[in-house]
Design a protein around this ligand. Structure first.
Ligand code: ATP
Length: 233
């Protein structure tokens, strides 16, 4: 279980995260929703040691992650798929996948087979340069690459950003499949509707604070959430 307690993060004098508490139980899908600049990415980046935190604690299975090296955190089974995909454009799909396993010394064949099973499109394009893939294919590759580290907790920052609705549906289906295979998911989404539908539990972040929380179902039917985040849907 991942537990965030009273996390505070400032950039210079600006407080981006103002004391939040979040729990991600093993085996669950938890989502963080909120407008641009609410502090969602900062929270995920704090978990993997990519930003300096001001105070609070982040524990994974009761072990403190704050102050721990990012490589060591990834070694504990926590992986982040950052916003904007960030595949290595000059490398092939296959090479990108192999890089995701850079910390492992065992055979990768089984994992690659599994990822190609989830994303047949990647297998078809195994030798294509990643920079020439479509946006949706690059997102699949970013998820596939994260899978290569065999995460226990997979965190995703806006996986649906800029993708066509059908591709978004495919990505959300994969998230659910991975969860059923036992991977815990912490998901940031602007597409609150889709995220709440698959989430066991959700937090709403507004200007660095949690303003609401509940099961995905509860928040989907919450009038103020509907108005602010769900549009007419
Ligand atoms: P978005 O959905 O737009 O990605 P977010 O909820 O993920 O938003 P963050 O990216 O965490 O929000 O940003 C929270 C606040 O911190 C914003 O006001 C942002 O401008 C600021 N911020 C983020 N990163 C930095 C940085 N490296 N230096 C200074 N300010 C930053």
């Amino acid at each position: 279980m991942l537990k965030i307690k009273d996390l505070q993060v400032s950039y210079g004098g600006i407080e981006a995260v103002k004391g939040i508490d979040i729990e991600v139980p093993d085996g669950s899908i938890v989502t963080l929703i909120g407008a641009n600049g609410a502090g969602k990415s900062t929270t995920l980046r704090s978990i993997v040691g990519l930003v300096k935190t001001k105070s609070g604690s982040i524990t994974y299975n009761d072990e403190e992650l704050l102050g721990m090296d990012t490589t060591k955190i990834v070694g504990k089974g926590i992986t982040l798929v950052p916003e904007g995909r960030h595949v290595f454009p000059d490398l092939t799909v296959f090479e990108n996948l192999k890089i995701g396993a850079y910390m492992r010394k065992d055979s990768l064949d089984e994992d690659i087979k599994n990822i190609y099973g989830l994303f047949p499109r990647l297998e078809e394009r195994s030798w294509q340069q990643a920079g020439t893939l479509s946006g949706g294919e690059q997102q699949m590759l970013a998820v596939g690459r994260a899978m290569m580290s065999r995460p226990k907790l997979l965190m995703m920052d806006e996986p649906s950003l800029g993708l066509a609705p059908l591709i978004v549906k495919g990505i959300f289906d994969i998230i659910e499949t991975l969860n059923k295979e036992g991977i815990t998911i912490l998901l940031i989404e602007q597409n609150a509707n889709m995220a709440l539908k698959i989430a066991d539990y959700a937090y709403v972040l507004e200007t660095g604070k949690i303003t609401k929380q509940g099961t995905g179902k509860e928040l989907l039917s919450d009038e103020s959430i509907k108005e602010a985040y769900l549009g007419k849907s």
